[in-house]
Design a binder for this molecule. Structure first.
Ligand SMILES: Cc1cc2nc3c(=O)[nH]c(=O)nc-3n(C[C@H](O)[C@H](O)[C@H](O)COP(=O)(O)OP(=O)(O)OC[C@H]3O[C@@H](n4cnc5c(N)ncnc54)[C@H](O)[C@@H]3O)c2cc1C
Length: 494
């Protein structure tokens, strides 16, 4: 398996390396004007990184300012959903085929324990091809992809620490919580995850019995009595209230000179000589030009990315959110709950602080595939997704759940948001030369780990704009899977 993985990576590097080197070699490493389309967590941190490198940065986002109180449904994934995100070394994990060996989860409705959230009548050949791509990645390649992606989490870990040191004001008042408690419903899965965690950090992990977990975290005592988990591990990581965090990043970017155009959708790339991109066209008809462009539209880029190698790679995968009052009996850390075989198999429970100054638990979980259109949500399946997350919340925090139901908090806090997801579980980093001799970069598709991988993605963009290569340019190349299968002419856009 290792030899095959090495051969695949070498083939990829030999194929795309010279083209990428040509693109990067033409970049003049000077302070430049950069237009960023999309201001979710990935591009906001990218913009901040570029400002720190001396570039002039302008953002266009079809959604409202993240600091505004606009309805939650009007935002993208990062500012939509619940106000919580987590960094651990295993975010952005790989998801291939069917976890239980049965039919593909995408085709199975959520209410039947699958991931199918879309109205099936609105799915077409693009969706069929995407699910086939997911299913046919061989096990050795899936493992190799996943290892590479998790490797970038290790770099991101360092970059998150650097950011906290260099720009500490981004982390004040955002409910920063250190250390994650992972708990499991299945002993084999617990042991497999502990082994994987060890391999990522070289750190030895004590597996805590359910008794030990419950003694250290009395808030979980009722779930322990009900046999909801068999044990846990404590791992490195942190959580923040991401909505507040995005507001502070936006403030910092503005202070550093960034311009933001909120409510300004970009419809298309403007082709220049020879078809190379030469600007972006806003829906209001304006054409905007800059030295470089960075597009990071989350799950909403289907039309914008038309004609690029990234077109069709990123589909939507919704997750659901709810908030409970903090049970207040010593939940010291935010949690990651793994419930094997459950519809909401992986749930993050973040200890957050409400506007009223009280503690809450923000629960986010579930997978609901929408296909190319993130608005293709079948209400019956969406209800099933919410019901699955309700079930996790009520199984682990029965009293807090009852209180949330009685007080109306449960109903008020129910939300969802749609993550950008790829069939290969490899995120996307596309590098193209523009007609003006600059770069057009496309980033995104980080599955469960867009927050976690944002700093390392920003670093790879900053490298490209210095004319320097970064391993991510090759590893997240949008043609990687197509080249492996030879299913498509792998010539790259010049
Ligand atoms: C339940 C749940 C829990 C999660 N938990 C975690 C976690 O703990 N840790 C983690 O790392 N990740 C987590 N994720 C994933 C993470 O939230 C996403 O990967 C991340 O928010 C995606 O950010 P983004 O910047 O790529 O996209 P988005 O946040 O969607 O941003 C894209 C932006 O582009 C704009 N846009 C799109 N098209 C256009 C256009 N044509 N013109 C102008 N603007 C445009 C949109 O308005 C949007 O603001 C979770 C996801 C879910 C659903």
């Amino acid at each position: 398996a290792r030899a095959l993985a090495t051969a695949e990576r070498r083939f990829l590097a030999e194929r795309v390396g010279p083209v990428l080197a040509g693109h990067l070699g033409a970049v003049r490493p000077v302070a430049a004007s950069v237009v960023l389309v999309g201001a979710g967590v990935v591009n906001l941190l990218t913009g901040l990184r570029l400002l720190r490198a001396g570039h002039r940065v302008t953002f266009y986002d079809s959604g409202p300012d993240p600091r505004s109180g606009a309805p939650w449904t009007s935002f993208g994934c990062s500012r939509g959903g619940g106000d919580a995100r987590m960094f651990t070394l295993t975010e952005a994990d790989g998801y291939f085929g069917s976890p239980g060996g049965g039919p593909l989860p995408f085709a199975q409705p959520v209410k039947d324990k699958g991931w199918g959230l879309a109205d099936l009548a609105r799915l077409g050949p693009a969706e069929r091809a995407w699910t086939e791509d997911n299913a046919r990645v061989p096990g050795w390649l899936a493992r190799s992809f996943t290892e590479e992606v998790l490797g970038y989490n290790l770099t991101s870990d360092r970059l998150w620490r650097d950011l906290r040191h260099d720009v500490p004001e981004l982390f004040h008042g955002v409910g920063l919580r250190e250390g994650i408690l992972r708990i499991y419903s299945d002993q084999d899965v617990l042991e497999a995850h502990a082994a994987r965690q060890r391999s990522l950090t070289d750190r030895d992990f004590e597996i805590l019995s359910a008794d030990r977990v419950s003694a250290r975290h009395p808030a979980l005592a009722a779930a322990h009595r009900a046999g909801a988990f068999v044990g846990g591990i404590e791992v490195n990581g942190f959580t923040v209230q991401v909505h507040r965090f995005l507001g502070l990043v936006t403030d910092a970017a503005e202070r550093a000179g960034a311009l933001f155009h909120w409510g300004r959708p970009v419809d298309a790339l403007v082709p220049g000589e020879g078809g190379a991109p030469d600007g972006i066209r806003c829906r209001d008809g304006e054409t905007v030009r800059a030295d470089h462009y960075v597009l990071s539209p989350g799950a909403y880029g289907e039309a914008l990315l038309r004609g690029t190698a990234s077109a069709g790679l990123i589909h939507g995968m919704a997750g659901a959110w709810l908030t409970l009052p903090d049970p207040g009996r010593g939940l010291k850390n935010s949690l990651k709950i793994t419930r094997s075989g459950h519809t909401a198999a992986d749930a993050n429970v973040t200890v957050t602080e409400g506007a009223d100054g009280r503690s809450y638990l923000t629960v986010g979980s579930g997978y609901g595939w929408t296909g190319t259109d993130p608005d293709n949500l079948d209400p019956t399946q969406l209800e099933a997704l919410h019901a699955a997350v309700d079930d996790t919340a009520s199984s682990f925090f029965p009293d807090a759940f009852d209180e949330a139901r009685r007080s109306g908090l449960l109903e008020r806090s129910r939300r969802y948001c749609v993550r950008p997801w790829t069939a290969s579980s490899l995120p996307v980093f596309e590098t193209t030369r523009t007609a003006g001799g600059g770069l057009l970069l496309i980033t995104g598709g980080h599955n469960t780990g867009g927050f976690a991988q944002a700093p390392v993605t920003a670093e790879a963009v900053a490298s490209a704009l210095r004319g320097e290569s970064h391993p991510m340019h090759v590893d997240y190349h949008p043609n990687r899977l197509r080249m492996f299968y030879g299913q498509k002419d792998a010539r790259l856009p010049e």
